[in-house]
Design a protein around this ligand. Structure first.
Ligand code: OAD
Length: 245
């Protein structure tokens, strides 16, 4: 792996880019990352609040946990990294720029991006427990009276918990196999399937870039790296690319 440079990146107006984001991109907006908190997520063990077993054991605790996370969204704003990715999409067009995010916040949307897949779900949605296709926009606090507006069944947070299958994997894998450039930003690459996407992209012929606060330079799946805080590193990377295009 070597340090990123625009000349080696080989990007032009025909290029197609897929960007995978993780908790590090939202860290600069004040949203806590998962693994930097000593195995606890906002003071809770992950297995208590982010597994189906945790939900069945204590639904009130889990619902309240996601109510708090949803409430926190009102207090945070997109940062220059989210905004830079939106500028990139605007320049390239939605068909040539996809964001796949592991984050459940809505900071990419509020930063101006449109072509986004939330592979681990979204805080601002609830899903019917009887029919997976009943998904509603939801910005309030969930309680015992929150029922599916279509069939009156109970609802759950629209979040992928450990042991569950992430959303839209076929579409993600197709985009990765079609892209010429793959960038992963602010993710520890510890949780699969997302952790395997850089390897998939490289094998499909894409150039691969890692932007992170701290980079593992021995990573054989990645061609280039930029080390730094997302809000600075991503905006500088995008602005240089846009000047060139
Ligand atoms: P992690 O918390 O595992 O990793 C955060 C990454 O962001 C680390 O690699 C940090 O070095 C990096 N980082 C921290 N601050 C940064 C900054 N300001 N700028 C750039 N990088 C920074 O988060 P994820 O990799 O997103 O899954 O975690 C993946 C999944 O594990 C999550 O989506 C969640 C979690 O458990 C589910 O809930 C299913």
């Amino acid at each position: 792996m070597e340090k990123y440079s625009l000349s080696k990146w080989g990007f032009d107006h025909t290029s197609k880019i897929c960007v995978l984001t993780g908790a590090g991109i939202s860290a600069d907006s004040g949203v806590k990352t998962f693994r930097d908190a000593g195995g606890l997520w906002e003071g809770h063990h992950i297995e208590d609040v982010a597994t189906p077993e945790g939900f069945y054991k204590d639904p009130t605790l889990v619902i309240d946990f996601y109510n708090q996370r949803r409430k926190q969204l009102v207090e945070v704003e997109p940062n220059p990294a989210h905004e830079a990715l939106a500028r990139l999409e605007k320049k390239l067009g939605e068909d040539k720029c996809l964001i796949v995010t592991q984050n459940v916040d809505d900071l990419h949307e509020r930063g101006g991006s449109r072509n986004i897949i939330h592979m681990h779900g979204e805080l601002r949605k609830l899903r019917c427990m009887d029919d997976d296709s009943h998904i509603i926009e939801f910005s309030e606090s969930q309680n015992q009276d929150t029922h599916c507006p279509k069939c009156s069944a109970k609802m759950r947070p629209h979040i992928v918990w450990f042991g569950e299958i992430p959303f839209e994997m076929d579409k993600i894998e197709k985009s990765i196999s079609d892209c010429t450039h793959f960038v992963f930003i602010g993710t520890s690459s510890l949780v699969y399937p997302a952790a395997g996407y850089k390897n998939m992209a490289k094998h499909c012929g894409a150039k691969v870039l890692n932007i992170n606060l701290s980079v593992d330079r021995a990573d054989l799946d990645t061609h280039y790296y930029i080390e730094g805080r997302a809000k600075v590193a991503v905006s500088e990377w995008v602005d240089e690319l846009l000047d060139y295009l």
